[in-house]
Write a protein that binds this ligand. Structure first.
Ligand SMILES: C[S@@+](CC[C@H](N)C(=O)[O-])C[C@H]1O[C@@H](n2cnc3c(N)ncnc32)[C@H](O)[C@@H]1O
Length: 265
């Protein structure tokens, strides 16, 4: 507990971190007492479908490939996860890497954006898929977990050198607000976006609005933990968007499709 407080203070005392922490604090105050979690969870559960049958309807061979990839990652990651656990560090993540890998292989995107890297389960899935596709770039936005000592060293720790060496990964760690200023430039259009960083409602809605002009016309947007609040529900219903919801380990992932052809019934 004392160590966590000390780590938070160390982070806060760094000049660029003070603004980020202050912004987080203000948002938290704003959303205090407005928990929508119960309604959001019930809605997500009522919409939830089976991710495995979604994938097999689109491409059953690719689903088998995805299954092998997930087995490999889990097997490879055991020593690192154990070492982190030994130090009392749990970076979370990893729930939906099958879906992320599958969609990146299926859509063969030129550009992928993800927010929230932590240990790098999702980044690993994207980078492996892009490597198999032999094309594509990944932009990743993160903010170090300031409750951990020297958190930067753990960002993307699971990603093997063979994927880092491909040099198609741009990892920025100044928080989404800052990082997106660098990413959202020029003629770039993202085909896949995975949002798994700041889970507050206002942050999600701000992000969704900000990313709209940067999506290509077949883009797929994946949002983690939609059971936390009503951001995803309100967004998809207000724009009558095509979407799906999947359950992963008691949490819910939402996917928004720009075109209906990627939405097998
Ligand atoms: C659930 S973890 C991401 C897990 C990751 N996608 C995976 O599959 O391993 C959330 C990450 O988002 C980061 N984060 C929190 N707020 C953020 C913000 N405002 N901007 C960027 N990253 C943020 C956290 O520090 C953490 O690294």
């Amino acid at each position: 507990m004392y160590k966590t407080i000390a780590n938070v203070l160390t982070f806060a005392l760094r000049r660029r971190s003070t603004g980020i922490l202050w912004a987080k604090f203000r948002l938290r105050l704003k959303e205090l007492g407005k928990s929508e979690a119960t309604e959001a969870r019930e809605w997500a559960a009522s919409k939830s479908e089976d991710a495995a049958s979604f994938m097999s309807k689109l491409d059953s061979n690719l689903q088998n490939e995805t299954h092998l990839f997930v087995q490999k990652v889990v097997y490879e990651s055991v020593p690192t996860v154990q070492q982190l656990a030994f130090k009392g560090i749990d970076l979370g993540g990893g729930g939906s890497i099958d879906l992320i890998y599958f969609l990146c292989r299926f859509l063969k995107p030129n550009y992928v954006l993800e927010t929230g890297v932590a240990a790098g389960w999702s980044s690993y899935a994207v980078l492996e898929a892009l490597s198999e596709n032999e094309k594509g770039f990944l932009d990743s936005s993160d903010l170090p977990y300031f409750r951990i000592e020297n958190p930067e060293q753990y960002i993307g720790i699971l990603i093997p050198d063979r994927l880092r060496n491909l040099k198609n990964w741009d990892l920025q760690t100044k928080g989404d607000t800052e990082n997106l200023k660098g990413f959202l430039r020029g003629n770039k259009k993202y085909s896949i976006v995975h949002y798994d960083s700041d889970k507050r409602k206002t942050s999600r809605l701000d992000f969704l609005k900000r990313i709209e002009p940067w999506l290509d016309n077949k883009a797929v947007l994946i949002m983690d933990d939609i059971q936390d609040n009503l951001a995803f529900k309100e967004y998809v219903l207000s724009r009558t968007l095509t979407f799906k919801v999947f359950e992963y380990e008691g949490k819910y992932i939402g996917i928004i499709f720009q075109v209906d052809s990627l939405n097998p019934r």
